[in-house]
Design a protein around this ligand. Structure first.
Ligand SMILES: Cc1ncc(COP(=O)(O)O)c(C=O)c1O
Length: 421
């Protein structure tokens, strides 16, 4: 990035929001982006797991352009429009919650989580929400409180809303087995008193928390315990949703259905849109105008979401995810066997995390090595970011529409980046 642009950024945006990439993006297509110097990158950051259908997907752009010719905004609660109704109808028919469901549209993942919690508290008449260590749910106050990763998300921002607590998430690589996490969860419920708990909020695979998948076994147990105690189960599918885990939703992948789910990120191909889907009985419990949003259900974002669904319906994207997942896992596991600082390769679908450690014996997290690999990859044209409580997990969040040869190219660049640290 030129000195002038860096100075302009530093003078005009808060330090905490200064971008990681020191070059400006000027153009993008599917999984490729080009910077101001015409350097090309493979985008495995994907706008932070947003560009599931890639940059400027033609079906998304076509729908959006058509909508822009008609009108750009209408507050749905006052003047409804067809795009939002179609998005809600589609999500109700596609998301695997048992029985009739209803969908409410908002703008961001955090807002979806806020609303899911509002609705769960209202419906159950109870207050407490149990979330999980390592979970990330957004940056608004309730969502931040629910987030189970202190630094950087919560540090210095407290106090947080009352009646939130965190239980242990299973982490096989670090010896927290499913059964241990279930025992700790049960003890946690006993301590709080299940009659006070409105809902359990959980990611099917931790995102920010280190790309750690929860198993079908674990989530089934959690669901059973929740239902035995009249507690609602909320899946935060903001990151796992829309194809990333190999099925349309994480709930399909692990064969467990929640009472409420939140979606955002990839659902509208880069336009801001989020959704809360829940059993009709729960969603309809709220009094008139008790939930709402000025910009939620933007007709433009909803048009984009319909374009994303067109792409999923017509382009075999889920097949590509399964193929890419195989290519990536094969490749990364070979790499793991070659380097004693690659501790673990894991995750559903293409949502793969590579855990970097000092060595296999100590398993001591090595953020330094992870950042060096990421930096090597960036220089060689592959964009990646880290995650995890210790920042030592490298994650892959590229478009699901990436051509196979570019998936292989990304793996080759990663291999060289690992080799040269
Ligand atoms: C699982 C999960 N929930 C919620 C959020 C918050 O979404 P947003 O940044 O759109 O508010 C994120 C964002 O990374 C997320 O990964």
């Amino acid at each position: 990035m030129s000195e002038l642009v860096i100075n302009q950024i530093q003078a005009n945006v808060p330090k905490a929001w200064n971008p990681s990439l020191e070059t400006k993006i000027i153009r993008a297509k599917n999984a490729e982006i080009w910077d101001e110097n015409e350097k090309r990158y493979l985008d495995y950051v994907g706008g932070y797991a947003v560009l599931n259908t890639g940059h400027v997907h033609p079906k998304v752009i076509e729908r959006v352009k058509k909508q822009l010719d008609n009108f750009t905004h209408s507050c749905f609660a006052y003047a409804p429009h067809q795009n939002a109704v179609e998005v809600c109808t589609e999500l109700n028919s596609r998301y695997p919650i048992e029985g009739e469901t209803k969908t409410f549209l908002v703008n961001s993942g955090a807002e979806a989580v806020e609303n899911a919690v509002k609705i769960a508290r209202y419906y159950t008449g109870k207050q407490h929400i149990v979330a999980f260590k390592g979970g990330f749910h957004g940056r608004t106050y309730m969502a931040m409180g629910l987030t189970g990763k202190e630094n950087p998300y919560k540090k210095g921002f407290g106090p947080f809303p009352d009646f939130i607590s965190h239980s242990e998430f299973p982490y096989n690589y670090r010896d927290i087995s499913d059964d241990e996490a279930i025992n700790m969860f049960q003890e946690h419920l006993e301590k709080i008193g299940s009659s006070n708990i409105a809902a359990i909020l959980i990611e099917i695979q931790l995102g920010e928390g280190g790309y750690i998948p929860a198993s079908e076994y674990f989530l089934k147990k959690i669901k059973n315990i929740a239902h035995q105690n009249n507690i609602l189960l909320i899946f935060d599918e903001v990151q796992t949703g829309f194809g990333r885990t190999g099925e349309m939703f994480g709930a399909n992948t692990i064969n467990v259905s929640p009472d409420i789910a939140t979606l955002a990120k990839g659902i509208a191909g880069g336009f801001p849109l989020a959704a809360v889907i829940g059993k009709s009985e729960i969603m309809d419990a709220i009094h008139d105008a008790g939930i709402g949003s000025t910009f939620g259900a933007s007709p433009v974002s909803c048009a984009a979401a319909l374009g994303v669904l067109d792409a999923f319906d017509e382009e075999n994207i889920l097949e590509s995810v399964k193929r890419h997942s195989q290519i990536m896992n094969d490749f990364l596991n070979v790499l793991k066997n070659e380097h004693d600082f690659i501790g673990d390769v894991r995750g559903y679908g293409t949502m793969i995390g590579v855990e970097i450690v000092s060595n296999l014996e100590s398993k001591s997290p090595s953020k330094d090595k992870a950042m060096k690999i990421i930096s090597n990859a960036r220089d060689a044209g592959l964009l990646l970011v880290n995650c995890g409580l210790e920042g030592n997990v490298i994650r892959f969040m590229g478009p699901l529409t990436t051509p196979d040869n570019q998936v292989v190219e990304a793996m080759e660049i990663f291999k060289e980046s690992v080799k040269s640290i």
